[in-house]
Design a protein around this ligand. Structure first.
Ligand code: 9MR
Length: 469
């Protein structure tokens, strides 16, 4: 039964994706070679977590997280990035009023990351529009009640998967009113864009804040696919980019495609966006990856593993193609699964390899306690070992390829050196107990942070190989 279900799902996916997949195999795109950069212009390999799903339902919109949690995460896994969840309901509790106390509390949490050298991306999170749309116990979150207009349409309780609430008439109408495809609420998108301006104004000078993820997993309501992505979604992005740039010319802006379909490997139609900042654009593409067989409850084993691997291939090609059109670096903003299921650690490893090889940052969903997360009941689970992986967190040039060979205990970073600064490599204790040796340049080992800083030539293509000291 279960097998039938995913086979059916995969067939539907393959048929839907038909055109895109056929094109994909003819001219498989190459990694974009574009990177999110730090203040010195070094390429960043962003490696971290979504923090945290708990923010969706806390009354104050803050995740359940302490500074000790951040410290533990760094000690255990050496992450350098967090996709930090914000809630529009908390930013703008009533129309035009921005809650600066909430933003101060967000700033306090950002400081926990800043002192440990992290980059923070703020994510305006939503699922199923808002906390107001669903019967209680269902995880709708994000939009404030005042921006939720369901026009009396129902949302039936008891859906077997949370995503199915997206198909309920009340939820669809709430989105249609936001996108103003109903014609009844022309002000809502502007309000959203101005809420982002308030956030950007608050954080534009915070050196840890690398940028803004404008909307989590956009859903078009009754307008779907290319019509949605090039229509209302692009309109929202243009408005919001303009508002943010009116106060903050420097932070990166991360844009997500429609989630449904694209998360499974279908092509996105998201267009190129102009960045009015003056100077090179700082717009990045931030899709998610949730292979359909696993979404439907299967494991990364046997036949479903094969279909999942095909999905990863489609996803890679279609994402690279969209990023090329957008001329944008790529951040995989979410991937994740129940780590206690068979094959789960293998899939995470695969996705880490895929992102390394294709110049993408990544953020695992999510850093909440439980079977998906790194810790369960306070104890480290199987994810911690996989995620504590050697990686160059900043590169003094443009990376061409990063390859972690666990068997040989060898990390190879191929990059076109420029003059932006030294390369910093995180080396976990399990594989590099005494730190690392660099094949090129001069290296300094910080045993406390487990960072090897390598100063190399500043021009030409380099193969920097790191092996255990
Ligand atoms: O893991 C989350 C689950 O506990 C919630 O019920 C659900 C609805 O809020 O959201 C899940 O997280 C999703 C995230 O918000 C968006 N991308 C997919 C994530 C996993 O389903």
């Amino acid at each position: 039964m279960k097998r039938l279900r995913w086979v059916a799902g995969a067939v539907v996916l393959a048929v839907l994706a038909g055109g895109g997949v056929a094109a994909a195999t003819r001219d498989a795109p190459r990694p974009a070679g574009r990177y999110v950069t730090d203040d010195d212009g070094r390429a960043l390999i962003l490696h971290g977590f979504n923090t945290a799903s708990s923010a969706k339902s806390t009354p104050d919109g803050l995740p359940e997280l302490s500074e000790a949690d951040v410290e533990r995460e760094y000690r255990d896994m050496g992450t350098n990035f967090v996709r930090f969840l914000l809630q529009w309901r908390a930013v703008e509790p009533s129309p035009g009023t921005y809650d600066m106390k909430y933003l101060d509390k967000v700033a306090e949490r950002i400081a926990w990351y800043r002192t440990r050298g992290y980059h923070v991306m703020l994510d305006m999170h939503q699922d199923l529009w808002g906390n107001g749309i669903t019967p209680s116990k269902v995880a709708g979150n994000g939009a404030p009640q005042w921006a939720t207009f369901m026009d009396g349409l129902p949302v039936a309780a008891g859906q077997p998967m949370w995503e199915l609430y997206y198909l309920e008439p009340g939820v669809i109408r709430a989105f249609d009113n936001f996108w103003n495809t109903t014609g009844g609420h022309p002000d809502l998108m502007d309000r959203y864009a101005r809420a982002w301006k308030a956030v950007a104004d608050r954080f534009k000078d915070d050196p840890a804040v690398i940028g803004y993820d404008l909307m989590n997993e956009p859903w078009g309501g009754s307008v779907q696919g290319a019509a949605f992505e090039t229509g209302p979604l692009a309109a929202l992005y243009r408005k919001t980019i303009a508002e943010i740039r009116s106060v903050d010319p420097d932070s990166w802006i991360f844009l997500e495609p429609q989630a449904v379909g694209v998360n499974w490997g279908l092509p996105s139609a998201l267009p190129y966006f102009d960045d009015p900042r003056g100077g090179p654009a700082r717009i990045a593409f931030a899709p998610h990856l949730y292979p359909l067989p696993l979404d439907l409850g299967d494991d990364y084993t046997a036949g479903s593993r094969e279909w999942t691997d095909r999905t990863l291939g489609w996803w890679r090609e279609n994402i690279l193609r969209t990023a090329e059109r957008m001329k944008a670096p790529i951040l995989l903003g979410e991937f994740g699964l129940d780590m206690t299921r068979p094959g789960a650690a293998d899939l995470v490893e695969r996705i880490l390899d895929l992102t390394d090889e294709n110049a993408m940052g990544r953020a695992y969903w999510s850093r909440d306690p439980g079977s998906w997360g790194p810790y369960d009941k306070g104890r480290a689970g199987p994810l911690v070992g996989v995620y504590a992986r050697p990686y160059p967190r900043a590169v003094g040039g443009v990376p061409v390829r990063v390859v972690w060979d666990e068997k040989a205990v060898k990390l190879t970073i191929t990059f076109d050196a420029n003059e932006t600064g030294p390369t910093e490599v995180y080396l976990p204790a399990a594989t590099f107990p005494k730190g690392g040796e660099a094949s090129l340049g001069t290296a300094a080992w910080d045993a406390g942070k487990r960072i090897l800083t390598v100063t190399t030539k500043t021009s030409g293509r380099l193969d920097l190989v790191i092996t255990p000291a």
